[in-house]
Design a protein around this ligand. Structure first.
Ligand code: S3P
Length: 185
């Protein structure tokens, strides 16, 4: 398991935010972590779809990616008042530095990591991800991952999900959360 040291300073840790590329398990890990911590679960993609009354695919197709990113930013800004919430984010959300900075004001930010080949194996049969609906999805994953890596690496904790079950990853995430929380009580 890969970890970076917890660098949360003196900021309050009320929530837990999961960032990371598509297919790293943010939603499945997030749901389990929320259940085990007795926290509320919130998925930014689901909130966007609910607010926009359309699927992410339709938003990308009809309104364009900037419209989707705007929805994301509005939702992230609203999260600052939340408590005891596990927030699962869309893969591109932390590329907007303002989103990352905002999450860090109230949440322990945990990045779930996997390499491009693993991500490709996990997402290849899914058809609901417009950004990799391409002739060369693996190439696109590699390209996006290298652009996004500097943002993902700004997380407080990096957890490698390679060859680990959802439960194993969830347990590691919870352990990190308890450590960060104890340090700031
Ligand atoms: C995106 C990832 C998706 C979703 C949208 C854009 C991205 O979320 O937000 O399709 O930019 O990587 P998941 O990471 O949950 O698949």
């Amino acid at each position: 398991m890969l970890y970076s040291p917890i660098m949360t300073g003196t900021r309050p840790i009320q929530n837990l935010a999961l960032i990371g590329f598509m297919g790293t398990g943010k939603s499945s890990v997030g749901r389990l972590v929320a259940q085990l911590l007795h926290f509320t679960y919130l998925d930014t993609d689901q909130v966007v779809e609910f607010r926009a009354h359309k699927s992410i695919g339709e938003i990308f197709q009809q309104d364009g990616e900037p419209a989707f990113r705007h929805w994301e930013q509005v939702i992230v800004e609203e999260l600052t008042q939340r408590k005891k919430t596990v927030i699962s984010t869309g893969g591109g959300l932390p590329v907007n530095q303002a989103n990352l900075d905002s999450l860090k004001t109230h949440a322990l930010v945990v990045c779930l990591w996997a390499c491009a080949d693993t991500i490709y194996e996990r997402v290849r049969d899914h058809d609901h991800r417009p950004l990799i609906d391409e002739v060369d999805p693996l190439g696109k994953i590699r390209q996006l991952l290298s652009i996004r890596e500097p943002y993902y690496r700004q997380a407080d904790v990096l957890v490698n999900t390679e060859r680990r079950s959802v439960r194993e990853v969830a347990v590691q995430v919870i352990h990190q959360f308890h450590m960060a929380h104890a340090a700031h009580r």
